[in-house]
Design a protein around this ligand. Structure first.
Ligand SMILES: NC(=O)c1ccc[n+]([C@@H]2O[C@H](COP(=O)([O-])OP(=O)(O)OC[C@H]3O[C@@H](n4cnc5c(N)ncnc54)[C@H](O)[C@@H]3O)[C@@H](O)[C@H]2O)c1
Ligand SMILES: CC(C)C1=CC=C(C(=O)O)[C@@H](O)[C@H]1O
Length: 275
């Protein structure tokens, strides 16, 4: 049991990678707090955990700082401490974020490549990005990770315990492939990871990031079939990743097995990007 007696909070635990992570952490002995904007989804995951699992499901929009404070107050009341935070909740697409434009350009590029043409260079993705789309994408992926990390660190310090924070970013942060707001937000998470790792290392709190490549979760339904096919062709291991594979990477970083790691980024991408 690699997380025996640990208290772990996973955001976006109602679906996909977050769900797989919460299930694996529970199987490894953790008491898991499942936070999700979709409270019913978080509750369903909690109810599906093996009998005897101890956990808490909580509805929370992580982009709302006050709501995040209420979430962590509930964790403190219930457990008095926190050992692991996985900043996983995130969105690939919000209205006005230029995603549609990006997908059209990807489809055009793939069609050109398929007939041996040199693809057009993208130069104007930014023009369709609205203020609201940009701000919402960054609010969820960046502000949310900040609010949760701040509250988690306060709790870890107050309870005098070491801890581990795992930030689920994206391969898009490293490759620049993806809509502008998404790439920007995920890259910001990597900067946050490194700065917090330096700051919190002396307190025994480790901070690392995972950059998943294309992973078979509901988020993938928001992207076109052509883009999915192009992504799969680009993965040397030859298959779209499963959420359980990312969950095992999260477990490694959450547990003491990664005691030598802080400030690091693991590209869990089937070799799509080699660092
Ligand atoms: N699936 C992929 O290919 C892939 C690749 C790279 C990175 N990621 C990242 O992995 C993370 C998980 O994605 P997934 O593929 O499991 O997606 P998913 O859509 O299956 O799950 C995301 C979960 O986050 C929740 N959520 C969304 N906004 C929230 C908010 N504001 N507050 C709280 N919860 C919120 C959703 O309700 C959902 O349960 C995301 O950060 C995503 O950017 C996914
Ligand atoms: C938007 C999201 C599902 C996504 C798009 C593209 C990726 C890529 O690596 O090209 C992904 O990793 C993923 O985050």
């Amino acid at each position: 049991m690699r997380l025996a007696d640990k208290v772990a909070l996973v955001t976006g635990a109602g679906s996909g990678i977050g769900r797989a992570t919460a299930e694996l952490f529970a199987a490894e002995g953790a008491r898991v707090v499942l936070a999700d904007i979709d409270e019913a989804a978080a509750r369903r995951v909690l109810e599906s955990l093996p009998a005897g699992s101890d956990g808490l499901a909580w509805g929370c929009d992580i982009a709302n700082g006050a709501a995040v404070e209420r979430l962590f107050a509930a964790v403190e009341r219930r457990y008095g401490r926190l050992d692991v935070l996985v900043n996983n909740a995130g969105l690939g697409q919000v209205p006005g974020d230029g995603f549609e434009h990006y997908q059209q350009r990807m489809a055009q590029r793939n069609a050109q490549l398929a007939v041996g043409q040199t693809p057009d260079v993208f130069t104007d993705m930014i023009v369709d990005l609205t203020d609201a789309g940009w701000q919402r994408l960054l609010a969820i992926n960046v502000d949310g990770a900040f609010y949760c990390s701040r509250a988690a660190v306060r709790l870890m310090i107050a309870s005098g315990r070491k801890g581990s924070i795992v930030n689920v970013a994206s391969l898009s942060a490293l490759s620049g492939e993806g809509p502008l707001a998404y790439c920007t937000a995920k890259a910001a998470m990597l900067g946050m990871t490194k700065c917090l790792a330096r700051d919190l290392g002396p307190r025994g709190i480790r901070v690392n990031a995972v950059c998943p490549g294309p992973t078979r979760t509901p988020i993938m339904q928001s992207i076109s079939a052509e883009w999915v096919q192009a992504l799969e062709r680009a993965i040397p291991l030859g298959h779209m990743l499963e959420p359980e594979e990312i969950a095992r990477t999260n477990l490694f970083l959450a547990s003491d097995e990664s005691s030598a790691f802080t400030g690091q980024t693991l590209a869990a991408s089937g070799g799509m990007l080699m660092l």
